[in-house]
Design a protein. Structure first.
Length: 250
């Protein structure tokens, strides 16, 4: 398949939800060693009330509830992006999960509502709200995207960038403690990401838009052509994602 055909294919893939099965044999990413979905299933099996923030298409929550030995009596989820919320609603409604639209940091729940609050790859954690809706003794469990994730990829397209600390584990720990939470577990991992064609890169950057803010094929056409040539010569483009697991109690 030629360069322009790959670009067109990458742009045509639907963006709803967080199902990454389209990337099979076109891109791959190592998984963190702690197994977030399985850990969430264990935590869900220990509580009667839980809420999953920024649930995306509900994929991870649904799987974890299916694996939990004991399903919580009350399960809520939030999602602010309308296309994702539609997917999540269809997936989670049969499981009895109450899905609410929450596009900003204010959570539409009463204080001390949940024994467990979870979030996989949140765009931004509203720490004060998390602390407010957690019951005393409750847990917050999250796998977060770390600082400079896929730096090789975004610098290939954008040039050298000054890394910030907005997504650093240290800042997350400080914010959690500021809101009265005690961090009981913190783990970090750097994971290899491989892209085997430029169409996969286009779809990835469209699906995860904060990697290259304002990304469009037209705006980065020359750099995408260079990337296509790099993959043709080397068989892949290798980048590295960063993840960290944070668990805290109230």
């Amino acid at each position: 398949m030629g360069f322009h055909q790959l670009l067109a294919e990458g742009e045509s893939v639907p963006l709803e939800g967080f199902d990454f099965s389209w990337f099979a044999e076109r891109a791959s990413e190592e998984r963190p060693p702690w197994g977030y979905a399985s850990l969430l299933a264990r935590r869900a099996g220990e509580v009667g009330t839980m809420c999953d923030l920024e649930t995306g298409g509900g994929e991870v929550l649904a799987w974890s509830l299916g694996e939990a030995g004991h399903r919580p009596e009350t399960v809520a989820a939030t999602e602010g992006h309308a296309p994702n919320a539609a997917v999540a609603g269809r997936r989670l409604a049969p499981l009895g999960v109450g899905l609410v639209r929450a596009a900003d940091g204010d959570l539409p729940f009463k204080g001390d509502a949940f024994e467990l609050v979870s979030s996989r790859h949140p765009v931004e954690v509203a720490w004060e709200e998390v602390a407010r809706v957690l019951r005393p003794g409750g847990r917050f469990l999250s796998q977060m995207v770390g600082a400079a994730s896929n730096r090789e990829l975004y610098e290939f397209l954008m040039g050298p960038q000054q890394p910030g600390d907005a997504r650093s584990p240290e800042r997350a720990v400080a914010e959690a403690r500021r809101c009265g939470l005690e961090v009981v577990d913190l783990r970090q991992a750097t994971l290899e990401v491989r892209f085997y064609d430029v169409g996969a890169v286009v779809h990835f950057l469209s699906k995860v838009p904060w990697t290259v803010p304002g990304f469009t094929v037209e705006g980065y056409l020359d750099r995408l052509a260079e990337l296509h040539d790099h993959i043709a010569r080397n068989g892949r483009f290798v980048s590295h994602s960063t993840r960290f697991l944070l668990e805290a109690t109230k």
